[in-house]
Design a protein around this ligand. Structure first.
Ligand code: GLU
Ligand code: ZN
Length: 499
């Protein structure tokens, strides 16, 4: 059987960890089985859907780097893939269910439904949902009223037994056999609203059928809708797709992942300087386990390994620390050129090249790339390049004189050390490698009975403006002898002028 699965978001919010996990698992499942992965926009709730969220959906997946095979933007054999363009189809199928006596017209006004709710509340009744008031209207009469233009909805007739209510069974690929007492299923939910729009349930079932979807992998929050969907498939006389409800995603406190735990929208992670590969790799492991002792997987490796028996029943815990670790891992896999390209937009935004939004010129671009080896090992987020490398693009402010003074020494000593090391600045800046620079410093320090660290500390502060900076030798080589000397002299003048 050729597999077809889908991601069916409603564009009512930003793409977030949970929704992307659903999309990714569907993508991986289709890839692992040589099937097709479909995107369908479920935008029938027009009051909640917004164009900006559709744009966010496309932006997010272009960035994440895995994509559907068929969808609104790509087209495909089951087009259109946008539910608001399929209104007529749903209407036709809702009427078909009436023909089959599996659905009926409901003429209840919003006011009447409201009254029932209020009465139940007042009586502290546990009953919820529709009271099936119109279920017994004779079909002919109902059709006559509907044809006459009376405002109405179409409701599904949940099968109820003469005595006791029947049970709906189905098999979930992860959770196993599931049974629902029909009496506990949403009582005769609306399929087609009075404005002609379908509800989620009708559109979802009709589309999964018409689009040939074989597997529905979706979030567990939809579990309670599934018996209803199964009932609907049977009412149509269709076979239902396989269902698989994915494990929940929780915060470390065991509560459903939400804003309280930290970032959840993909945009936020992106703005914080995460790599898409890190995010994809981490999200792929939310609720699935592959090999012992292996954490890092490319998309291709994941697609090769994915199968439903790798899914866990237990909820997945979203661990921000682990994601951070992945980010470092992927940062370190990048070449200088790649890493510079990735960091660049953040550095431009932060104003590294002469003010927020200013693009680098050719020389700055070159410098930026050359500086990547200085920060790669300690970079956690792509955003950090700007703050770590500021001193390479503009002269840093001079810190207070105290900063220049090595431990257990004084201002005079620090000034003297800097004066001595000044003579080494040119050879250090022109050294071929760190090793060569290091040998020079060691040599000088030994000959003169100075600790190498004491020699380098004032120089580091003179060059970078701080005691904690990226590696000094590399920085000197990037700045060049002339600039490095100018900064050393500036610091010397400053220190000498101290009272
Ligand atoms: N439109 C639903 C959502 O937003 C789809 C659920 C499903 O996959 O059936 O999640
Ligand atoms: Zn009614």
């Amino acid at each position: 059987m050729s597999i077809r699965d889908r991601y069916a978001p409603s564009p009512t919010g930003l793409q977030h960890i949970g929704s992307v996990r659903t999309a990714l698992f569907n993508y991986l499942f289709a890839r692992s089985r040589g099937g097709k992965f479909v995107l369908r926009l479920e935008d029938t709730d027009q009051s909640r859907c917004e164009e900006q969220f559709v744009k966010n959906l496309y932006d997010t997946f272009a960035w994440l780097g895995f994509y559907w095979d068929e969808g609104p933007d790509l087209g495909g054999p089951a087009a259109p893939y946008v539910q608001s363009k399929r209104k007529e189809i749903y209407r036709k199928y809702a009427l078909e269910l009436i023909e089959k006596d599996q659905a009926y017209y409901c003429f209840c006004s919003a006011g009447r439904l409201d009254t029932i709710r209020q009465e139940r509340e007042a009586a502290h009744s546990s009953q919820t949902g529709y009271d099936r008031h119109c279920r017994t209207i004779p079909q002919e009469e109902a059709r006559h009223r509907a044809d006459g233009g009376e405002s109405c909805t179409i409701r599904l007739k949940i099968p109820l037994g003469e005595q006791g209510s029947p049970v709906t069974h189905y098999h979930d690929l992860l959770l196993g056999d599931i049974e629902w007492n029909n009496g506990d299923v949403n009582p005769d939910p609306v399929l087609l609203k009075s404005d002609g729009f379908p509800t989620y349930h009708l559109a979802n079932v009709v589309d999964d059928h018409l689009m040939g979807i074989t597997h529905v992998l979706r979030a567990q929050e939809w579990l309670s809708s599934t018996p209803l969907h199964v009932i609907m498939y049977r009412a149509f006389g269709w076979e239902h797709p396989e269902f698989c409800h994915l494990p929940m995603v929780m915060g470390t406190d065991g509560k459903k992942l939400s804003k309280r735990h930290g970032a959840t929208s993909i945009d936020e992670f992106r703005n914080q300087g995460y790599l898409s590969e890190a995010l994809v790799n981490y999200v792929a492991l939310l609720g699935a386990s592959y090999e012992e002792g292996k954490d890092v997987y490319s998309l291709g490796e994941l697609a090769e390994r994915f199968s439903l028996d790798k899914l866990n029943k237990a909820p997945a815990i979203f661990d921000y620390k682990k994601l951070e670790w992945y980010n470092g891992v992927y940062i370190r896999m990048k070449s200088d050129g790649e890493l510079a390209e990735l960091c660049l937009p953040y550095a431009v935004k932060a104003g590294l090249f002469g003010g927020p939004g200013r693009e680098p010129d050719q020389e700055q671009r070159q410098t930026f790339k050359r500086a990547m080896p200085l920060i790669r090992e300690r970079l956690v987020y792509l955003t950090e390049a700007a703050s770590k490398l500021g001193y390479l693009f503009s002269e840093p402010a001079l810190p207070p004189a105290d900063e220049f003074i090595p431990k257990k020494t004084d201002l005079a000593t620090a000034t003297d050390l800097l004066r001595q090391v000044r003579d080494l600045v040119k050879p250090l800046a022109e050294a071929e490698s760190d090793a060569e620079a290091e040998a020079r410093i060691k040599d000088y320090a030994e000959t003169n009975g100075i600790k190498p660290g004491d020699l380098l500390m004032p120089l580091r502060v003179a060059i970078t403006g701080t005691r904690v900076s990226p590696p000094l030798f590399g920085s000197l080589r990037i700045l060049g002898a002339e600039q490095a000397l100018a900064r050393t002299d500036r610091a010397l003048t400053f220190l000498s002028s101290q009272p």
